[in-house]
Design a protein around this ligand. Structure first.
Ligand code: SAM
Length: 289
């Protein structure tokens, strides 16, 4: 367990690191694998976000903020990195300055909003995997949403099967030992000519579900992404997935909500609802991992 000083240091580091990443983030995500994941995210938002105002936690360069604002939802987007927020705001103004979105630089563990403000929350592509004070962050989230609010979230999975299999086949024992001994680590994000290290917490489905329950959320849908398709973090001129990639994506689409596959992708997907009643009643309805 991290103490407050360590947690604050990690948050300051992440803010600085993502400030550097902001400049290349959209370019690095411009590839067929990421487009595949973005289309999955949009399906989730279309199916589960039905009312605003919406809070986008860890908005990054505003991919989901823009998508939801263009659909007419009032969106407030939060990120710990000022440069990510600046990029997202510029993109929104370029697209349509009349879109109902606003931006705040803040940490997910100190959300500066009044109680019961939001009807929905989106936090995708791992922002909560970067939050060292997780329970405090989930409790804070629980405070700022209305009863029955919907949360769509994705976090990085500790039990990502492709990674474990790949490391085992390549006999990378050190990486395996390290991953077995701690679910916290620094991942390298390569930039042009340098590398930025990002602190990350890998979640198990069970841990995520329990932390959500303690904050009075009930999991209504649990799945995973990048089970068979491997993610890419580099610009590619290729527009669509390769024929093999398309085949794997079709298989993955059929498997992602089914046990055990829903526990095995690189990212855990979770749709949750803020309970109206107490934690025990909340857990009883849970259909999670
Ligand atoms: C991998 S990016 C995802 C961005 C965006 N949601 C997307 O789908 O592209 C993770 C984002 O979380 C933000 N972040 C990291 N720690 C955070 C914290 N404690 N509070 C708020 N945002 C945080 C980072 O600055 C970064 O923009």
């Amino acid at each position: 367990m991290l103490d407050t000083t360590d947690a604050s240091r990690i948050e300051r580091e992440l803010s600085r690191s993502y400030d550097i990443v902001a400049e290349v983030y959209d370019e690095k995500c411009d590839n067929p694998q990421m487009r595949y994941m973005r289309s999955l995210e949009r399906q989730l938002l279309d199916a589960h976000i039905t009312a605003g105002p919406v809070l986008d936690v860890g908005c990054g360069t505003g991919v989901q903020t823009l998508y939801l604002a263009e659909k007419g939802y009032r969106v407030v987007a939060v990120d710990i990195s000022p440069e990510m927020v600046r990029t997202a705001r510029d993109k929104l103004h370029e697209a349509d300055s009349s879109c109902p979105a606003s931006f705040v630089v803040a940490s997910a563990s100190d959300l500066p909003f009044a109680a019961c403000t939001y009807s929905a929350v989106v936090s995708v592509f791992g922002p909560y995997s970067h939050v060292p004070r997780l329970q405090r962050a989930f409790d804070g989230l629980s405070r700022v949403v209305r009863a029955d609010a919907t949360i769509v979230m994705t976090v990085v999975n500790a039990h990502r099967a492709r990674w474990w299999l790949g490391k085992s086949l390549r006999r990378q024992w050190r990486a395996l030992r390290q991953a077995l001994s701690s679910r916290e680590s620094y991942i390298p994000f390569p930039l042009n000519g340098r590398t930025v290290n990002l602190w990350i917490h890998y979640f198990t489905g069970r841990e995520l579900k329990q932390a959500m329950q303690r904050a009075r959320f009930t999991v209504v849908r649990a799945g995973s992404a990048f089970i068979l398709v491997s993610p890419a973090y580099n610009h590619s001129r290729q527009q669509a997935l390769s024929p093999t990639g398309r085949f794997l994506a079709r298989c993955e689409d059929k498997l992602r909500w089914i046990w055990p596959f829903k526990c095995l992708g690189d990212y855990l997907l979770l749709v949750a609802r803020r309970c109206v009643d107490d934690e025990r009643a909340c857990c009883a309805r849970d259909t999670g991992f």
